[in-house]
Design a protein around this ligand. Structure first.
Ligand code: COA
Length: 165
């Protein structure tokens, strides 16, 4: 599968909304199945603290990743959060998420000089956890009953990747 990676634009909102409200994404994130398109449009509003990348294949959005910078927090500006990583259902397992996170890591290492990239992932999300491990993220701890699910509650792992900056 060939795809290009570029910054997200407001015009991506409908395609991204379809991905963000799909069942596999609802399972792995804080998203709800039924959310307004406006919610995704607002998410894509320009913000200097957000880096939002999409992977596009044949003009279609196949994945999205969002990094939150702490530019205005002097004692935390060396850190950033990987806040969202999603791949469309039919593009899964083809390296889309790996490529998106790879670009964010290179931006953090090369330009933003970020020492610490953190993320939170549900403990049952094996697919995502394996990907993060492969990219150098390490587990830091478990947050119990972190998210409400249809079955009850699920624990979450805090993970982080440190660079040499
Ligand atoms: C998690 C998610 C982002 C992965 O996206 P993806 O594009 O399918 O991932 P990739 O194809 O880049 O996978 C790369 C790595 O993930 C891991 N992986 C992928 N599929 C896997 C599976 N079925 N089981 C275990 N590990 C798997 C492997 O380490 C894989 O590396 P490899 O291809 O060298 O074996 C995607 O499944 C998704 O959108 N899930 C729903 C939303 C979500 O849970 N996001 C994460 C929130 S923390």
């Amino acid at each position: 599968m060939t795809f290009t990676i570029r910054h997200a634009e407001p015009a991506d909102a409908p395609a991204l909304h379809a991905i963000l409200t799909s069942p596999h994404v609802v399972l792995g994130t804080m998203r709800l199945r039924h959310m307004r398109l406006k919610n995704t449009e607002d998410r894509l509003a320009p913000d200097p603290n957000l880096v939002q990348l999409v992977a596009a294949s044949d003009g279609e959005v196949s994945g999205f990743a969002e990094l939150v910078l702490n530019t205005n927090v002097p004692r935390a500006s060396h850190s950033a959060e990987l806040n969202m990583v999603v791949t469309s259902e039919r593009s899964q397992g083809k390296g889309v998420a790996r490529a998106l996170i790879g670009v964010l890591i290179r931006l953090c290492d090369g330009y933003y000089r970020i020492r610490r990239i953190s993320l939170i992932v549900w403990v049952d999300n094996t697919r995502a956890i394996e990907l993060y491990r492969a990219l150098g993220f390490k587990e830091e701890g478990v947050m119990r009953d972190f998210v409400r699910t249809e079955e009850g509650y699920c624990d979450a792992l805090q993970m982080a990747r440190l660079s040499n900056h």
